[in-house]
Ligand binder design. Structure first.
Ligand code: GLV
Ligand code: MN
Ligand code: MN
Length: 430
């Protein structure tokens, strides 16, 4: 007798809603600075258009909307009482350069759908439900990631105002051009005491759910990260006339440094990437005098990440000394590892189990998420959706409507579970 394998099955209404969400991801893919490829960065005209488009969808879903002092879009359904606490849900609308269409966006649209469904089913919950479409998770424009959610978490650093994009525009002046007042940034911060927590749905951006043949997973923690801009300053000289022993080739120092990042990270089971490199003066017949590159480093724990960075920095020094090139890293982003709250993880797991998956996979997120900032001020948890081939930050990024539908059912059940617990806790206090 063959065993009957139960396949998780989404509700009819989740399947209909998932089709709409996928179609809306396609629609937002057209909100881009470069037709034909998706690039939507912080404080750009496309950021404003995405907020307008998603804001209209939020209002259609019955949410009250506003844009905060950091350009994040909010949509809220009130709780049962005026002073009810708030459960935050969300993800981001900005993208990397030449991005996929689901990273961040699908989590925002799922949150809107889940809030609309819960209000339809239950009226007001014991807590308000607030969706936040974060404005800058990737850090594509200014190098520093999580700007939008850092403002919401109230951990804005005044030094960030001087960050510059590749055109030399400062963050401060980009704020002003977008119509935001830098002097009011503190108004974007939430009051931690008013929060129940933060839930985020996101595509996995890795292969592990697909390998396990599961649509949904529970995130246990999010990688700790550091990012650096590194300048290698050598000497530009004639490519024909300069013998090797007189060269201080900035590009070769940078190339060796990039290989050192890979070698050290591989040996230490960390992940390090050199994702950009520019060379000056940039001529075929000139030895490069300046190379500028970016290092992105991630690990499961802050201590390991810092130990690995110290080894990388030592290697950079040795390479620079040997080649007579001054290799100087400047840190542009640092985010501690965030551990998801067991209380919220249980709710997410219960939501997945209710879809028919008896043993949901638990995974550590190597990718960064807005939940990292929110984790500084409240409990957080994440629901991951299967990402075929694990490809993300690439136009081929994909999530199926069937998996989005299961995710909607799971997320809605998770929030219902939290509402039940909240009522029970209130009853016990009374
Ligand atoms: C964001 O997607 C990141 O992990 O860099
Ligand atoms: Mn991303
Ligand atoms: Mn993302």
């Amino acid at each position: 007798m063959s065993a009957v394998v139960q396949v998780p099955l989404a509700s009819d209404r989740a399947r209909a809603a998932a089709d709409t969400i996928v179609a809306r991801c396609d629609e937002l893919a057209d909100v881009t600075e470069t037709p034909g490829r998706i690039t939507r960065v912080y404080l750009s005209p496309e950021h404003a258009r995405a907020n307008e488009t998603v804001g209209a969808w939020m209002r259609d879903a019955g949410l009250r909307t506003w844009q905060d002092a950091a350009g994040n879009l909010h949509g809220c359904a009130a709780g049962a009482t005026p002073d009810a606490p708030v459960l935050l849900l969300g993800s981001h609308l900005d993208t990397v350069v030449d991005a996929g269409r689901y990273d961040g966006v699908v989590g925002v649209l799922m949150a809107v759908e889940v809030v609309a469904r819960l209000v339809q089913d239950h009226g007001a919950l014991p807590f308000a439900l607030e969706v936040i479409a974060f404005s800058d998770e990737e850090g594509t424009r200014f190098g520093k990631a999580l700007l939008g959610s850092s403002a919401v978490a109230g951990v804005w650093d005044e030094s960030w105002w001087d960050l510059q994009d590749t055109h030399g525009t400062t963050l401060r002046s980009a704020f002003e051009s977008f119509g935001l007042d830098p002097g009011r940034i503190a108004e974007a911060a939430v009051a931690p005491a008013s929060l129940v927590g933060y839930l985020e749905a996101h595509i996995e951006q890795g292969p592990y759910l697909e390998q396990a043949d599961q649509a949904l997973g529970v995130v246990t923690s999010i990688a700790s990260a550091r990012r650096f801009t590194v300048q290698a300053v050598g000497e530009a000289r004639h490519a024909g006339g300069t013998p090797y022993d007189r060269r201080h080739d900035a590009l070769l120092a940078a190339a060796e440094a990039a290989l050192a990042v890979e070698r050290i990270c591989r040996a230490e089971q960390h992940i390090g990437t050199v994702g950009t490199m520019t060379v000056e003066p940039g001529a075929v017949n000139v030895v490069p005098g300046l190379a500028t590159f970016a290092v992105d480093l991630r690990g499961q724990f802050d201590e390991g990440r810092d130990r690995v960075w110290d080894a990388v920095a030592d290697a950079f020094r040795e390479i620079g000394e040997r080649r007579g090139v001054d290799v100087t890293p400047t840190e542009v982003h640092r985010a501690p590892a965030v551990f998801c709250a067991p209380r919220l993880m249980h709710a997410v797991r219960a939501g997945i189990v209710a879809t028919g998956e008896p043993a949901p996979l638990e995974l550590f997120s190597r990718a960064g998420h807005d939940a990292m900032s929110l984790g500084l001020v409240t409990d957080v948890a994440m629901l991951f959706l299967r990402n075929p081939d694990g490809i993300s930050h690439h136009p081929d990024e994909f999530v199926s409507a069937a998996d989005v539908a299961l995710g909607l059912d799971a997320l809605a059940t998770a929030v219902e579970r939290l509402a039940d617990e909240h009522l029970l806790a209130d009853g016990a206090d009374a």
